[in-house]
Design a binder for this molecule. Structure first.
Ligand code: UT7
Length: 331
């Protein structure tokens, strides 16, 4: 019997109109364009504005574009996975709001919280449902409204993050194209370096937590930087080795976009030429769960059927990993 693979049948993204430039940040905190560009590679990021708009707003736009592009009736969607750390609310989950917004009346869904590795974890999760034959059309979305949890008085985090969403449609493929393998990790060892201090069950929101600024992203950047380079390089190497792949065999490396220096360090550690590495951090900053699918969206015109692609991510927890897939269509 032919083994079913879960193949990406289309990708679409959405970023809000408002562009927060480095120049505008200079007027908000003690920073400058030279520092931001040389230390992170970021030139601008998009910010979601407007009353009552949350992560589902961007995700719905991305999914609507995806359904149109792939000629998919929303009623055909079986499952929606939304990777996010900024859900519309703690419950109900954002995936259900997305299903309602796009008319996916026959789907079920859930949110997946693995910080910046969320899309990678969601891709594997979605792929398993397709591979078993029980689900034919699965949406995997990476979406985050980081501006809702960033402290715009903290220069060490506010220059980094941005808002955005992107989605892929997974479908069964019997010709061998699609998600091939992955190594995913989450060891909890780095929790103290990147987290939100309050707002969960252990430390619920109170006047004190709000006054202390405990509902913002907290990051100690240097240990995260070091662990990110090591974690992404090691898992990419391991996935390549067990699939008998060399750098020459790989067409594209799509890394999480947290810092241009992390991306180039990973590429150097793996001896990957930068021409094969997808980079768009200059335009969006770090959009957490959305970085990898936004890269796929931006770079899709370059992809050809059969291209071998490696995705790699690293995020709070720590969570990290690498996935190997083959592209299923000429874009
Ligand atoms: O996506 C999830 C995973 N996250 C990551 O992978 C992020 C990993 N970390 C990083 O990307 C980097 O550590 C940062 C971009 C967060 C920071 O860059 P860094 O080169 O590690 O800077 P640093 O935190 O060591 O700070 C160096 C200096 C400090 O000044 P002193 O103490 O040397 O005088 C900071 O106060 O740069 C200062 N600084 C800034 N200066 C101007 C920090 N932020 C800024 C800023 N503008 N925005």
């Amino acid at each position: 019997m032919t083994k079913i693979k879960a193949c990406i049948a289309g990708v679409h993204g959405f970023v809000p109109d408002y562009v927060l430039t480095n120049a505008e940040l200079e007027s908000m905190v003690d920073t400058n364009d030279e520092w931001i560009q040389s230390r992170t590679g970021i030139k601008q990021r998009h910010i979601l504005k407007g009353e009552d708009k949350g992560t589902s707003h961007m995700a719905i736009k991305a999914v609507e574009g995806l359904l149109q592009k792939t000629n998919t009736d929303p009623a055909e969607i079986d499952l929606t996975i939304c990777a996010t750390v900024t859900p519309d609310s703690l419950f109900p989950d954002t995936a259900n709001t997305i299903n309602a917004g796009v008319g996916a009346v026959n789907a079920w869904g859930f949110d997946l919280n693995a910080a910046c590795s969320g899309f990678l974890f969601g891709l594997t999760t979605g792929a398993k449902f397709v591979e078993t034959g029980t689900h034919k059309k699965v949406l995997v979305i990476g979406a985050d409204t980081m501006s809702s949890i960033v402290n715009y008085q903290d220069r060490s985090t506010c220059v980094i993050f941005g808002d955005g969403a992107a989605a892929v449609l997974l479908e069964p493929n019997e010709d061998g194209f699609g998600v091939q393998d992955e190594i995913l990790k989450g060891d909890g060892e780095g929790r103290q370096y990147l987290h939100m201090k309050a707002g969960g069950s252990r430390r619920p929101a109170s006047a004190e937590t709000v006054a202390n600024g405990e509902h913002f992203v907290y990051q100690d950047g240097r240990p995260v930087f070091k662990a990110a380079v090591k974690g992404m390089s090691n898992t990419v190497t391991e996935v390549m080795q067990r699939n008998q792949l060399t750098v020459d065999d790989i067409d594209w490396l799509v890394p999480h976009q947290a810092n241009l220096r992390i991306i180039t360090s990973v590429a150097n550690a793996l001896s990957f030429p930068m021409e094969k590495v997808i980079v768009n951090i200059q335009n969006y900053g770090n959009t957490t769960g959305a970085t990898i699918p936004l890269c796929l969206w931006d770079a899709q015109q370059k992809f050809r059927k059969g291209d071998k692609i490696l995705l790699t991510a690293f995020g709070g927890g720590f969570t990290w990993g690498a996935s190997y897939l083959t592209w299923g269509y000429d874009s």
